[in-house]
Design a protein around this ligand. Structure first.
Ligand SMILES: CC(C)(COP(=O)(O)OP(=O)(O)OC[C@H]1O[C@@H](n2cnc3c(N)ncnc32)[C@H](O)[C@@H]1OP(=O)(O)O)[C@@H](O)C(=O)NCCC(=O)NCCS
Length: 160
């Protein structure tokens, strides 16, 4: 049974240990980054706990430039707990918060070649936004995050 809780400062070492298992698509950020997430926008940074262990994490943030949007920065589930619905539950929580705020769009990016991520986002209702080229059936925007940083972009439009 997975319990969904907000990111708090005391979880940070466990979150970093979890993210350290995420190569090649996820890398742990610094303690200071997670402190800021926990202090400034924990309501969009849910964790999934099983038997007191942090096994899933979503880091998301509401845009200040466009408050109708929430960007999902990182999604990571422990390899032994994948395909058990943890990402669905965590993103479901972020979506509920987005609806409470009247947001219109949840969006995220993933690296070309991350087939599990593509399968998860599409299963959860995200649309792969049309891009500059297709990679194994996935639309990718060239240089989206800067030179050489091509990304597949996904969005979930919310009607309030
Ligand atoms: C991508 C990732 C976050 C998915 O997390 P998850 O908790 O396993 O996803 P869920 O169990 O909620 O899956 C929901 C649905 O997505 C689809 N899905 C998820 N992973 C899938 C996979 N590897 N292959 C095919 N479909 C998949 C399924 O339809 C699944 O429902 P089902 O299990 O009932 O069939 C996880 O594989 C992961 O942590 N990967 C490493 C880190 C990473 O790449 N993060 C994304 C960076 S952008």
């Amino acid at each position: 049974m997975t319990t969904i809780i907000p990111l708090r400062v005391h979880h940070i070492p466990q979150v970093i240990a979890l993210m350290d298992l995420g190569a090649p698509f996820i890398r742990a950020r610094t303690h200071s980054d997670y402190w800021a997430y926990s202090a400034l926008f924990s309501s969009t940074c849910p964790l999934g706990e099983v038997n007191g262990e942090v096994v899933g994490s979503v880091i998301a943030m509401r845009s200040q430039d466009n408050p109708e949007e929430i960007y999902v920065q990182d999604v990571m589930v422990h390899p032994e707990h994948r395909r058990t619905g943890i990402t669905a539950a965590l993103l479901g929580q972020v979506r509920e918060q987005a609806v409470r705020w009247g947001c219109r769009r949840l969006w995220l990016t993933s690296e070309p070649g991350n087939a599990a991520a593509h399968a998860a986002w599409t299963a959860l209702g995200f649309l792969n936004v049309s891009g500059d080229y297709e990679d194994n059936g996935v639309w990718v925007k060239k240089d989206f995050k800067g030179p050489g940083k091509d990304r597949a972009v996904y969005e979930l439009l919310l009607s309030n």
